[in-house]
Design a protein around this ligand. Structure first.
Ligand code: UD1
Length: 417
């Protein structure tokens, strides 16, 4: 199996262009099957989760192809409603095909989803919402079997603003009958972008002043081309990579409007940033300040997906910092790997207390999930000596050409088969 070897200690310098957003494109790809025609998505990242979703679309009967950086999906031939376990076990986002398949086929059969292991990740809100809209659900041998002669618009109130549940309801509602209103909907930029994607296809979707989302179902959809926004989590990861190495980096195509919470924290820590159009220039050579308490929150708060990479930065920032993880209950797994590299981190429940050390030490470490893998890459870039990261396949789920990009910024990094 592949591992990645990093000889740390080189300040990053140069320019990287930020790829299209993984979490925005995945629900859109599920949404493509609602239209018996062609949908195009440009600036689409070439990452494992997209390749897996392409495979799934083909299994369902779509034709899928690349036109440069644009992914095209022709969903006129969708004939199956069954999602095989091999694909569902790789991607949690396979659950989004529940709403999409019910909308297109009136049926869906899928296993409980896999993806990153971040503690209990139930899908109860997804299932409840589909039932409220008129679907009959059954669990048979570990699979969700769903059927709906038709889906009906309803007022759905989520008990927590779940990103996936909000997306699933939007997908189901677009082809449903009547008006659906989602109360306590997630407000992540990826939700807003999914609504834009469907509006470009002719759907009637609006965001109400209280943050609810209103969908008038049943409008005829048309062929479309959507330009994907850059990935705010990947952008944050490169920002933090520059910071852990004390480098000077320019990030192109930055989705700055969606990153206020992250940029504010980095500014507080003493990182110098300057905008030039959509380019962000960073100078991370100054001494950094610790953060007393950083809490992850639903958007527009600090994103849970950058919590582990942020932990790496705080681990090498003088003074004591604390992180409180409010979204996923088992998202501190990377702490144990960072400890192997000399980080001083104490985890108690949902809180991690980090005592900064001057520098980490190279070691063998093991990635356990996507963003944790990114945190270990950053640790390796900072560390004295050689870091070998096992189980690196996770990183390819979300980061396009990460080794090549870091090498182009001067990092000493190589993938070993
Ligand atoms: C999405 C993102 C993920 C990000 C997360 C939070 C994608 C593909 N993934 O994941 O990168 O970390 O949002 O910003 O876009 N929950 C329930 N029942 C449900 C659904 C969720 O209890 O039916 C809980 C989860 O266990 C978790 C919380 O709600 O504690 C938030 O989860 P959710 O917003 O649904 O995250 P995902 O959509 O899985």
């Amino acid at each position: 199996m592949e591992y990645v070897e990093i000889r740390g200690g080189k300040p990053l310098a140069g320019r990287v262009e930020i790829q299209g957003s993984k979490n925005a494109v995945l629900p859109m790809l599920a949404g493509c099957i609602l239209h018996a025609g062609i949908s195009r998505i440009s600036h689409c990242p070439r990452i494992r989760d997209v390749f897996d979703t392409m495979e799934l679309l083909e299994i369902l009967g779509c034709q899928v192809w690349w036109e440069g950086d644009c992914l095209a999906v022709d969903a006129s031939g969708v004939k199956s409603w069954q999602i095989p376990i091999q694909i569902a076990s790789r991607m949690r986002s396979s659950i989004l095909f529940l709403g999409a398949l019910l909308g297109r086929m009136g049926r869906a059969s899928l296993p409980y989803p896999g993806g990153c292991v971040l503690g209990a990740r139930p899908v109860d809100m997804h299932l409840q919402a589909m039932e409220q809209m008129g679907a009959r659900l059954e669990e048979k041998e570990g699979r969700i079997e769903a059927e709906a002669g038709a889906l009906f618009g309803r007022e759905i109130t989520l008990r927590f603003p779940s990103v996936g549940a909000t997306e699933n309801v939007i997908l189901a509602a677009v082809r449903g009958k009547g008006v659906t209103v989602i109360r306590n909907a997630a407000r992540e930029p990826e939700i807003e972008e999914l609504c834009r994607f469907f509006r470009e296809k002719g759907a009637d979707i609006s965001c109400l002043t209280d943050g609810s989302i209103r969908i008038l179902g049943g409008r005829e959809l048309k062929d479309s081309r959507h330009e994907l926004t850059a990935d705010r989590i990947v952008a944050g990861t490169y920002l933090l990579a520059a910071a852990v190495t004390g480098g000077r980096v320019t990030l192109g195509r930055m989705p700055g409007q969606h990153m206020a919470a992250v940029l504010r924290i980095l500014q507080q820590m003493g990182i110098y940033m300057e905008w030039q159009g959509a380019d962000l220039r960073l100078d991370c050579r100054a001494k950094r300040k610790n953060i007393e308490l950083l809490e992850t929150e639903p958007y527009p708060g600090f994103p849970t997906d950058l919590q582990s990479p942020m932990m790496t930065l705080l681990a090498v920032t003088e003074g004591e910092s604390r992180i409180r993880e409010n979204i996923f209950d088992a998202r501190f797994k990377t702490a144990a790997q960072l400890q192997k590299m000399g980080a001083r981190i104490q985890v108690r429940g949902r809180e991690a207390r980090i005592q900064g050390v001057p520098r980490l030490k190279g070691s063998w470490v093991e990635a356990q999930e996507l963003r944790g893998a990114a945190a270990l890459f950053l640790a390796g870039l900072n560390a004295d000596g050689i870091t070998q990261i096992r189980n690196c396949q996770y990183i390819h789920r979300g980061y396009e050409n990460i080794c090549g990009n870091l090498r182009s910024l001067g990092a000493d990094i190589r993938a070993v088969e």
